[in-house]
Design a protein around this ligand. Structure first.
Ligand code: TXA
Ligand code: MG
Length: 329
């Protein structure tokens, strides 16, 4: 890889995007903003580039990647869209929704990126920088969250630098990611299934489909037959232990609060951050990873996390918190 000792971080102007496209087409790795979290991009059709990407993240290679596309015709080249897929794409793309579909026969995406599955995850992001980059590259770009495997997803260019500086070629800084949690992943293989709650609320998807999303199979996914290996138990983990649904703070703990009324003993907390003082779940999602990083940096052994309502984006927030709290493997 051509990455220098420390990776350049450049503001997201036309020159930077052209440079990023050039690097990607040459098989390099570029981190760029999307509306959900920052992604680490590689040319999806270049197996060597995809292998470098797995190495930079330290990611188990059975964990397949999302192919990002600029427009619907590009998506149609990768996957087979049934009526439900067309309906969801029309309603929510570009935006924070990933569809897992049957791979098309002519799909140009590297087998390594799809981990040899006969399905493929496809997403059309809405962030203008991601869209410009996809248009300039003219090929699908695989982009996992731009963090080391198993760590918190980055929502700023600074986070990316801390995770991957020196391991990748370029970081494009487009400011903080707006949504703050990863895309919602829906599989449309045998009936619609919610593989990962995320930046698009389940309720909105169910409204458009006119039916409920089946839940993903519980527990850890068999690595031999990955359905959504992002569901591996300990994922999105900070260093500190997370103590969930806390209504009080213990001595020495940091507090991750939600809503206007703080948990008992908040004055004891080593540090307090509030995901949303007004109790807004959209604002809370946008702050989640960044607040967890900041509390983690305070060096506490435990972070008390107040209860978050499990509706709308609260489902994605609670999913990430539960994984962050899971026993480490
Ligand atoms: O918001 C997002 O989706 C971000 C931004 C950068 O676009 N990307 C992201 O990628 O979160 P990543 O690699 O961190 O998560 C992708 C998830 C993984 O859990 C993976 O297992 C799942 O998608 N996945 C990919 N292909 C799949 C497939 N064919 N079947 C089931 N799950 C799949
Ligand atoms: Mg990730």
């Amino acid at each position: 890889m051509t990455a220098a000792a420390t990776t350049p971080v450049v503001p997201a102007d036309a020159k930077a995007i052209a440079e990023a496209a050039r690097i990607l087409l040459a098989g390099g790795l570029v981190a760029f903003p999307t509306e959900t979290v920052y992604g680490l991009g590689a040319d999806a059709t270049n197996g060597t580039a995809v292998a470098r990407l797995y190495a930079a993240k330290g990611r188990p290679s059975f964990n397949p990647l999302i192919a990002h596309v600029h427009d619907l015709p590009s998506a149609h080249r990768l996957a087979i869209f049934d009526a439900a897929a067309e309906r969801l794409a029309a309603a929510f793309w570009p935006g924070p929704l990933t569809l897992v579909l049957r791979k098309s026969a002519a799909c140009p995406v590297s087998e390594l990126a799809t981990a040899g599955l006969d399905s493929i995850a496809v997403r059309m992001p809405s962030h203008p920088v991601a869209r410009d980059l996809l248009r300039m590259v003219g090929r699908p770009i695989v982009a996992p969250s731009a963090n080391r495997s198993g760590r918190l997803s980055p929502t700023t260019a600074e986070h990316v630098l801390a995770e991957l500086g020196g391991r990748i070629d370029l970081i494009i800084d487009g400011g903080p990611a707006q949504v703050g949690v990863e895309s919602t992943i829906v599989a449309l293989l045998d009936g619609p299934m919610l593989l990962r709650p995320g930046g698009l609320a389940r309720e909105e998807i169910e409204r458009v489909l006119g039916r409920e999303l089946a839940p993903a199979p519980p527990g850890e996914v068999d690595p031999e037959a990955p359905l959504s290996p992002g569901m591996l138990a300990s994922h999105y983990a900070p260093r500190a232990r997370l103590r969930l649904n806390a209504d009080s703070v213990e001595a020495g703990e940091a507090l991750l609060a939600f809503g206007p009324k703080l948990a008992r003993g908040a004055e004891r907390a080593a540090r307090v951050l509030n995901l949303s003082p007004s109790g807004d779940l959209v604002e809370a999602a946008a702050n989640l990873f960044s607040d967890l990083r900041m509390l983690d940096a305070a060096g506490v052994a435990s972070i008390a996390v107040m209860p978050i309502p499990n509706e709308g984006l609260g489902e994605a927030i609670n999913d990430r918190l539960a994984r962050g709290a899971a026993p480490r493997g």
